[in-house]
Design a protein around this ligand. Structure first.
Ligand SMILES: Cc1cc2nc3c(=O)[nH]c(=O)nc-3n(C[C@H](O)[C@H](O)[C@H](O)COP(=O)(O)OP(=O)(O)OC[C@H]3O[C@@H](n4cnc5c(N)ncnc54)[C@H](O)[C@@H]3O)c2cc1C
Length: 817
């Protein structure tokens, strides 16, 4: 083992020499950053990478970012040998996903349409064609295959060595046998790493330590929620007639994937419930290691998997391999700058797709470091979406068992995690449960999704692509908000108090809108970065001079908090008050009458106009009442101290008697806001969007005397005129089909974008969503109305209308078509 003395400084230190660490180093060097050191405790690939199965698949994701990572990775592996002289073993033998039931067929057709939109060359093939491609596979129960000719397999060790060679060629120094023992910092910023060979001063550290990343993070207070789990494959003895040219096959319904391996068959397994490995601590010395297989546990699943290729059952087993792989609480990787420490980047938790996304992950992380912000939508993988409670051992034990299993389960639209629940409870939880709530987890909070009969624990029924059993319950809640009033518990929202002599100037600096105006006013605003793309979408309420409340969505919690702390200046105090305040939403045309019954404060339009924010008393409890809406109706957000929230809630209920007041859940919140085309950061708008593209330009004020972060970039956008890419609202005119996410839009037969998020518009009478579309010319109202629009749902085109302004306009009490 080569162990020269390590340098005492380097601009970047990458920790970990698996596929991810070498890819980050390779891409940094390609971006011109050559002062990079990679430290690997053992030898390159010693962690998880050495034993990966090497599937290189681009099909299967409904995320544009994830699909882009896969495509980039495949292209990189195909060309890397020419650059580095080290082969990657990439063999584009093709890939086939098997659909063996109607729901999976629906899912894969939806995915295929989206993947084609993302330039993945997927085609649907017949069972007979599957049989021709892989004659040993049983196809009698196959409904269709989804074939990608350019996919295939790679050799993960060779890929890593090739990336390392490419990095070395451009100046990266790689040291094996050097363990990083801690990351040092000063003033909240990385200063270097401690190792068993001494200290290395550094500006940036990238933690690519695979399943050890969480433990390394803990040493410096950085929370990285991931957990190793057992992951299996089996290799048979040689099978006569098998060909190395046959495609890789995946049959999720049988838990298996299949490919030729030195004349035999490799059968990989994603069993429905898996086993976490070493929850307390992954041993430092585990290198090129294997886990003793638990035959009893996986035997039945293996049998099911082997039945897809019957000859495997009568062929000897050369190897049953079990190795650890890291899984995360939501099956998305952990990538980006840690909110706890500046310049501490993480790229880990790859959920069994680290090889097939590794090239792309390395590119994104390197570009993010070099440019200071990522050039793709990272909202789903950004480390700051995760919460510290998710590193709790019991949380990891439970959630990991479920997550590996989810890889091959049908990805129904309303599937939500069932394990590690109850981490965060609203102060109203007991009341919501007795009202018949069916709970769903949102960032750890238990939140009602919809309500069944009071006093029951409603059964959500089977998962489906069609109308769920609770569709009518949802409709009732939606219609109550439009016609009478609803109470929605939104205590899960992120709430921050921002105070101090400079609080107003500070928040003006962050916000595109004017937020430090009259006291007692709420402002909906966006925070931009210097490049003029969105960092946050939230409200700022000015309570009095020098006293503000910032409220953002649950998933943006840590991003918003870190953004504030990193930009704070002068005399400003920032406090997270999320758990201290419940947020109760009273919304609907009758909400004022109900609210007026519980307070002596005059709520008339003149005295309490839209955007007013006042403290008032409800049953002797001082609450902050804000007249604002996220559902498009007259309504109030009521912030009550957590300890008094039940009393306030009960009083509102009592007052609502006779007004048709109902509880409403997240499903209704989603359908109501979607009809009004209100945005949701991380779902339909993200860090790559500019204000005008997101349709939010009217909330910015370029005339603010001191400007704001991103104002120069915004001014340039405005000067350039209407963008060619814009978020539009879309409504399917046929009331039957349902949209969820990633449905492709056609204008005059040409693909122009896809649905970023969707719901069902009970008032509009059809599936409604928000889609980013891109035209050859600026996207104008005229461009929208002069086109014929269709949405592709699982291969069928449905006529649709699109609009830049909300199709439902409650102010005018009518539906615009
Ligand atoms: C059985 C199995 C089959 C798989 N098949 C596939 C597949 O077909 N396709 C696919 O895409 N993915 C597959 N995967 C997943 C894939 O192998 C992983 O996602 C990927 O290898 C993760 O790479 P990594 O670089 O993050 O981690 P690792 O490869 O584990 O690298 C981390 C490195 O960090 C080093 N390290 C840790 N701590 C320190 C420290 N303190 N100081 C210095 N060095 C440190 C370790 O020694 C290790 O080498 C499979 C996984 C398993 C288990």
């Amino acid at each position: 083992m080569n162990k020269p003395p390590i340098p005492d400084r380097s601009r970047v230190v990458v920790v970990g020499g698996g596929v991810i660490g070498t890819s980050v180093a390779y891409h940094l060097s390609h971006l011109g950053w050559r002062d990079v050191v990679l430290l690997e405790r053992n030898r390159l690939t010693a962690g998880t990478t050495w034993h990966a199965a090497g599937l290189m698949v681009t099909f299967g994701s409904t995320s544009a970012t994830a699909t882009g990572l896969r495509r980039y990775t495949r292209d990189l592996y195909a060309r890397l040998e020419a650059e580095t002289g080290v082969a990657t073993g990439f063999a584009p033998v093709g890939f086939i996903e098997l659909a063996t039931d109607a729901d999976r067929l629906e899912e894969y057709r939806r995915v295929a349409a989206f993947n084609r939109h993302c330039d993945v060359e997927v085609t649907e093939i017949s069972p007979a064609e599957v049989e021709v491609a892989f004659p040993l596979a049983r196809t009698d129960d196959v409904l269709a295959g989804f074939f990608v000719a350019g996919d295939g397999k790679v050799n993960p060790v060779d890929v890593t060595m090739s990336l390392a060679a490419g990095a070395r060629n451009r100046g990266v120094r790689i040291f094996e046998g050097v363990a990083v023992t801690g990351i040092t910092s000063g003033g909240g910023t990385v200063t270097g790493v401690d190792t068993d060979h001494g200290h290395v001063e550094a500006e940036y550290v990238v933690n690519c330590a695979g399943m050890w990343a969480r433990q390394l993070g803990e040493t410096s207070g950085v929370s990285i929620p991931l957990q190793a789990a057992e992951h299996y494959y089996l290799i048979t003895d040689q099978i006569p007639g098998i060909s190395r040219e046959w495609p890789v096959i995946e049959d999720p319904a049988s838990y298996g994937y299949y490919r030729e391996e030195v004349g035999g068959l490799m059968i990989g397994l994603f069993e429905p419930v898996c086993a976490p490995w070493m929850v307390d601590r992954v041993p430092d010395e585990f290198a090129f290691g294997e886990i003793a297989p638990d035959w009893d546990r996986v035997g039945p699943y293996l049998e099911t998997a082997m039945a897809r290729v019957p000859v495997s059952a009568t062929t000897g087993v050369r190897k049953l391999f079990c190795g650890p792989e890291s899984f995360t609480p939501d099956l998305q990787p952990v990538v980006g700058e840690a909110p706890e420490m500046r310049n501490y980047f993480v790229a880990a938790g790859l959920n069994s797709v680290g090889i097939l996304t590794g090239g792309g992950i390395g590119r994104v992380v390197a570009q993010w470091i070099v440019d200071g912000r990522p050039d793709v939508d990272v909202t789903a993988m950004n480390i700051d979406r995760l919460r510290p409670h998710q590193t709790d051992p019991e949380y990891r034990r439970q959630r990991t068992g479920e997550m590996l299993g989810l890889v091959y389960q049908a990805h129904y639209p309303n599937r939500a995690p069932e394990t590690a629940r109850g981490a965060l409870l609203s102060p109203l939880h007991g009341r919501l449960a007795s009202a018949g709530a069916h709970f769903r987890e949102v960032s750890g909070w238990e939140s009602p999704d919809w309500y069944g009969e009071p006093g029951t624990e409603p059964d959500p029924g089977p998962l489906t692509w069609g109308r769920a059993s609770w569709f009518e319950d949802w409709r009732v809640e939606h219609e109550a908000a439009r016609n009478t009033a609803v109470l929605i518990d939104m205590s899960f929202m992120s709430k921050f108090s921002v105070e101090g002599a400079d609080a107003g100037r500070f928040l003006e600096r962050l916000s595109a809108g004017r937020v430090d105006g009259r006291a007692g006013t709420i402002t909906y605003t966006q925070w931009l970065n210097d490049g003029g793309t969105l960092e946050a979408d939230l409200t700022v309420t000015k309570l009095e001079e020098g006293r503000f409340m910032v409220v953002a969505t649950d998933t943006a919690h840590r991003h918003v908090e870190a953004w504030m702390r990193r930009h704070a200046f002068g005399e400003v105090t920032i406090a997270d008050v999320s758990a201290r305040l419940a947020q109760i939403n009273l919304q609907g045309p009758l909400s004022r009458q109900i609210m007026q019954k519980v307070t002596a404060t005059d709520l008339s339009d003149a005295a309490f106009p839209f955007r007013a924010a006042r403290f008032l008393e409800v049953d002797g409890v001082r609450v902050l009442c804000v007249r604002i809406t996220y559902v498009g109706e007259l309504g109030y957000e009521i912030y009550a101290p957590a300890d008094d929230a039940v009393a306030v809630y009960d009083r509102l209920w009592e007052a609502g008697e006779g007004y048709g007041l109902r509880p409403a859940g997240l499903k209704a919140l989603g359908s109501l806001r979607m009809e009004k085309a209100y945005r949701d950061y991380g779902h339909d708008i993200d860090n790559t969007d500019r204000l005008w593209e997101a349709g939010l330009e009217r909330f910015a004020d370029l005339g603010k005397p001191e400007g704001f972060i991103g104002s120069d970039a915004l001014a340039e956008q405005v000067a350039a005129g209407p963008p060619r890419r814009r978020l539009v609202q879309i409504l399917i005119t046929d009331p039957q089909p349902l949209m969820y996410h990633a449905e492709v839009l056609h204008r005059d037969g040409k693909e122009v974008g896809y649905v970023r998020s969707a719901s069902y518009g009970f008032t509009l009478g059809g599936a409604v969503g928000l889609a980013m579309v891109e035209g050859d010319e600026p996207v104008s109202k005229e461009w929208l109305v002069t086109g014929d629009w269709e949405v592709d749902i699982a291969g069928t085109g449905y006529p649709a209308v699109v609009s830049l302004t909300p199709l439902y306009d409650p102010g005018m009490r009518r539906v615009r078509r």
